[in-house]
Design a protein around this ligand. Structure first.
Ligand SMILES: [Zn+2]
Length: 327
């Protein structure tokens, strides 16, 4: 598939952050107070105990935590002891679902000032103007406003727009800022896997015409098959809640209900051990899978063996549709 071959020459295999090199493509397990079982601070403690090297937290959840100060101090301590790379979300997702209309860029910037993160997404406007230039200008301004108060955190812009305007809006943003990464919600990419793959591929084709490489982060992507397909389509980074909302079948990469891990029982460190309770075992099992899954994608890209991976998980008819997009 010609696109895969061409993009292999353009894509970067690492993203540099705080003196570390994050291997790409990368999946950041997300922590959120919305539609999950434990509190954000509890999830942070689990991730830290499991020595997860990178994850995402929400500024809204930190600010609204019953243990706000402890949470902030724990995140700061993580940075000072050279712990995990922390990506922070503005928290507009949580404030939307919790219907807290008071959450603002000032609240987000207030958390940024505590130096709890290495990377953060800008405070985003979910309902931007249709005009791509105006849209990009608004995003660039919000990014700049937060970057001015952030000392340890690099702010990554988020583009919301109609699928049809995506390439225009992102290229306009690249024109107005020198951000090395742009972030896009997965849900705006279209309906169905193939349409979404096509949208990411088209955007990657356009970005690869520029002088500097622009990393693409997809927001809310945590399904293993989506991670595989969007990685090959040219996205570099992802975040999602699936690791704490579901249980993954490590053989098939299919997701089960969180309470159904006993149907899987593979041979991973966590399933084998009876040291931990159900929640911790399942979270450990999932994290081990996701870290392995991304490693498999990274290795396939480096070894030019992406097509073998596609045939392992998808039938010939589906791979044929992908061939048409990537020919
Ligand atoms: Zn397991």
């Amino acid at each position: 598939m010609k696109f895969l071959k061409d993009n292999r020459c353009s894509r970067k295999l690492y993203f540099p952050v705080r003196g570390k090199a994050l291997r790409l493509p990368i999946y950041f397990p997300s922590i959120s107070s919305v539609k999950t079982g434990l509190s954000p601070f509890d999830y942070f403690n689990v991730l830290e105990a499991l020595q997860q090297t990178h994850f995402l937290v929400s500024a809204f959840d930190i600010d609204k935590s019953f243990q706000r100060e402890e949470f902030i101090q724990a995140l700061k301590a993580n940075r000072s002891k050279n712990g995990a790379i922390i990506l922070m979300d503005s928290g507009n997702y949580e404030s939307y679902w919790i219907r807290d209309k008071s959450w603002s860029i000032e609240g987000f910037n207030g958390i940024l000032k505590h130096d709890v993160s290495d990377l953060a997404f800008c405070y985003d406007n979910q309902f931007p103007p249709d005009d791509s230039k105006e849209n990009a200008t608004g995003v660039a301004m919000s990014t700049k406003k937060s970057q001015e108060v952030a000392t340890t955190t690099s702010i990554i812009p988020i583009i919301h727009c109609k699928k049809e305007n995506l390439s225009d809006a992102v290229l306009e943003l690249c024109n107005q800022t020198n951000s090395p990464m742009v972030s896009i919600p997965e849900r705006i990419l279209g309906d169905g896997l193939l349409e979404r793959v096509k949208t990411v591929t088209n955007l990657r084709r356009e970005l690869n015409k520029l002088d500097n490489y622009t990393f693409i982060h997809l927001l809310g992507t945590g399904n293993p098959f989506s991670l595989l397909l969007f990685s090959l389509a040219g996205a570099d980074s992802f975040d999602g809640l699936e690791w704490c909302q579901t249980t993954v079948n490590s053989e098939t990469a299919l997701l089960y209900h969180f309470q159904q891990r006993e149907l899987i029982n593979d041979n991973c460190t966590f399933c084998k051990s009876d040291e931990f309770d159900y929640n911790l075992t399942t979270l450990g099992h999932n994290l081990a899978f996701y870290n392995d899954w991304m490693k498999g994608i990274q290795e396939a890209i480096e070894a030019n063996s992406e097509e073998t991976l596609l045939h392992k998980y998808f039938d010939a008819k589906f791979v044929n549709c992908l061939t048409k997009i990537w020919s």
